[in-house]
Design a binder for this molecule. Structure first.
Ligand SMILES: [Fe+2]
Ligand SMILES: [Fe+2]
Length: 179
């Protein structure tokens, strides 16, 4: 893995921070060759399961979509403007799906009387406030560096949030028959 990482970090500009943080979160990382570039991608593992299939599926999809944003950022040098459009599309999809997922969690928590709903909602709101601000920077500058910062923030936030905050509802949902 160490050797792969060295090879990848020469090819893929954003590999180093992704690798460091994903290790902390115990998320599996895979190397993938996409459009002639070696990309380091995060993969969902059972370590990330919250015990509710719908939410696990959402988390898997979000991780896939963050990887797609990563791919779009890596493309930008080769494709110039087209690459920028690719980033915008991937970013927009992510913003939408994060909204869908967080609302889905909040609705289920409200419906089942989850006692940690208010705090959980605040965590989601803080995430959206940060992403909105970061996205404004990117959309103002069109600089892929800012898109890369968003991608990194989303990776970090999502994996930490699942481990520390989402997994708190696992027992509650199980007790309510939601699996
Ligand atoms: Fe959540
Ligand atoms: Fe979640």
């Amino acid at each position: 893995m160490r050797e792969d990482f060295r090879v990848c970090s020469r090819v893929c500009r954003f590999a180093l921070p992704v690798m460091r943080r994903s290790r902390r979160a115990a998320v599996r990382v895979e190397n993938t060759l996409a459009k002639g570039k070696l990309l380091m991608l995060l993969m969902w593992t059972e370590n990330l399961s919250v015990g509710v299939k719908t939410f696990d599926d959402d988390h898997k999809r979000l991780i896939r979509m963050i990887n797609e944003l990563h791919g779009a950022i890596e493309d930008v040098d080769a494709q110039g403007k087209i690459g920028e459009e690719e980033i915008e599309i991937a970013l927009h999809r992510l913003e939408n799906y994060f909204t869908t997922h967080c609302l889905r969690e909040e609705e289920t928590m409200a419906k089942t009387g989850y006692p940690g709903l208010v705090e959980h909602k605040q965590e989601h709101q803080m995430f959206f406030a940060t992403v909105t601000e970061m996205a404004q920077h990117f959309r103002g500058s069109r600089d892929p560096k800012h898109a890369s910062e968003i991608m990194q923030f989303m990776y970090d936030w999502l994996t930490d949030h699942i481990f520390v905050i989402d997994r708190k509802y696992t027992m509650h949902m199980k007790a309510k028959g939601i699996t």
